[in-house]
Design a protein around this ligand. Structure first.
Ligand code: ASP
Ligand code: MG
Length: 471
């Protein structure tokens, strides 16, 4: 059986939902799935805007946006549910959620303060609404499906905005609440992203948290696969907007996926799939608009990975823009200990995460996200070293498990970048990535050259696949 998670764009419109429903229906032939949904695309952002507006007492703005949220779901109901009784029931449920949302807006205005806790309440409406519509639409098509409020199951700590599940309680809940329903042959439709504390206060797992929900539920249920349905053909060899010839990667390891995510690819966040990794459950990344394409499977299963040796030297190229390099030089580094400690202490005091790093005996170069850059931090660094900053750079990382066993890869990487001004180089300790930093204006050239070097000779069969709908 599978846990099937559909992202915002895969349930954002009536057409998308219809498509998702047919995918769920098809899966049912293999076993009764648990369906986990995101909010319709754009809705979570809108809910956050509503919350902010309410917090500023901008009532007109908040109410107008809340009206849009209600209307969007009523339109979905009209388009997706043809049975009058079912549709009226659904509209009543949507209206009930909308009324609660309005009440929340008014409540915040009266209290005059928006807390993390109430923000989570706002955000929960997106998933509650999308799943309510989806479940009704499935029933309308005659499927045996049941809506489940995941807050009965996903019990978390009270770290609002970034809550973590209480494993043992959730495991118990999944076994007693979800499993019996699936066992009697009923498809369960539930929310990603949200949960509740033991005393019933709504929480969220952090933005993009639905994937995490799906992995957790899959692990607790001990399902044999987790399917993440999105609007791209799985994990790609690089961003198809940069390189139109980008290919979809058939198989990759959990480590590769994690590394790629850290390095800026829009893959699953590594923490997201951790529960699946622990249980060795393969995670499929699939495109709901091309359901027959094979997508990507992320797994550590040696049998599946056997195919990886096929040309799979470099798996993917990840890019992170919006970075800046900080070059730190100090004579005091020479032959002295404790300098790095002093240096990183500054970053830790400011809570700034260091991304890429390379060092010699007298200098350290590192990159940080532009957004976390602060003059105060630089001031502190300058108190004990010479500091130079380069803004508007991007890190480019070449990732692949087979990199560590192969000779000559670095040579190929850097000869393909011979016309690019490389500002910094680093090889990850995991040896499965080689990274460099270039000016943002050179990213396209650099990535195209790298992609050409490592992927152009590959046939389309085997581990890499031409995305569906592409020549
Ligand atoms: N709807 C939530 C968000 O937009 C969770 C998710 O889509 O994964 O962040
Ligand atoms: Mg999402």
């Amino acid at each position: 059986m599978a846990v099937m998670k559909f992202g915002g764009t895969s349930v954002g419109t009536a057409q998308a939902m219809q498509q998702a429903i047919s995918i769920v229906a098809r899966e049912k032939e293999n076993g009764v799935p648990l369906v986990v949904l995101s909010a319709c695309s754009g809705i979570t952002n809108k809910l956050i805007k509503i919350a902010d507006a309410a917090g500023r007492s901008a009532m007109d703005e908040a109410m107008a946006l809340a009206g849009e949220v209600r209307r969007h779901h009523l339109e979905l109901a009209a388009a997706l549910v043809s049975d009058n009784v079912l549709r009226n029931e659904l509209c009543a449920k949507i209206d009930a959620f909308a009324a609660r949302l309005d009440m929340l807006v008014k409540g915040i205005e009266i209290v005059g303060e928006l807390t993390e806790r109430s923000k989570d309440m706002f955000c929960s409406f997106g998933e509650l609404l999308s799943t309510t519509v989806f479940a009704a639409a499935m029933k309308d098509r005659g499927y045996d499906a049941e809506w489940l409020d995941v807050r009965q199951v996903m019990i978390t700590d009270d770290n609002f905005g970034f809550a973590r599940p209480l494993n043992d309680i959730c495991l118990d809940n999944v076994r007693t609440i979800i499993r019996p329903v699936l066992q009697r042959g009923t498809i369960v439709i539930t929310q990603g992203y949200i949960g509740a504390t033991a005393d019933g206060r709504t929480t969220t797992l952090g933005r993009g948290g639905s994937d995490f929900s799906a992995a957790l539920l899959g692990a607790w249920l001990d399902e044999n696969s987790i399917q993440i349905w999105t609007d791209v053909d799985g994990v790609m060899t690089c961003d198809p907007r940069v390189v139109p010839e980008a290919r979809s990667i058939r198989v990759m390891t959990f480590t590769e996926a994690a590394e790629l995510a850290y390095l800026g690819a829009k893959v699953l966040h590594p923490d997201t799939i951790a529960p699946a990794v622990e249980k060795d459950i393969p995670v499929y990344v699939l495109n709901s608009w091309h359901p027959d394409a094979k997508g990507t499977v992320i797994t550590n299963d040696p049998e599946r990975l056997a195919g990886m040796s096929y040309g799979g030297l470099v798996k993917s190229i990840a890019v992170k823009k919006g970075q800046c390099i900080i070059n730190i030089r100090s004579n005091r580094m020479l032959g002295r200990h404790g300098f790095m400690n002093e240096l990183f202490d500054v970053f830790s005091r400011y809570g700034v995460s260091v991304e890429m790093i390379s060092t010699s005996e007298v200098s350290v170069s590192l990159t940080v996200d532009e957004q976390s850059f602060s003059e105060e931090l630089i001031g502190d660094l300058k108190s004990f070293s010479d500091v130079e900053i380069e803004h508007n750079v991007a890190t480019i990382s070449v990732v692949g498990d087979n990199l560590r066993m192969s000779r000559g890869v670095a040579g190929r990487i850097f000869s393909s970048l011979k016309d690019v001004n490389i500002r910094m180089i680093s090889q990850g300790a995991s040896e499965i990535n080689v990274g460099c930093v270039v000016e943002e204006c050179e990213v396209v050239t650099a990535v195209r050259n790298l992609h050409h070097e490592f992927f152009s000779a590959l046939e389309t069969e085997g581990i890499f696949e031409v995305p569906a709908g592409k020549p």
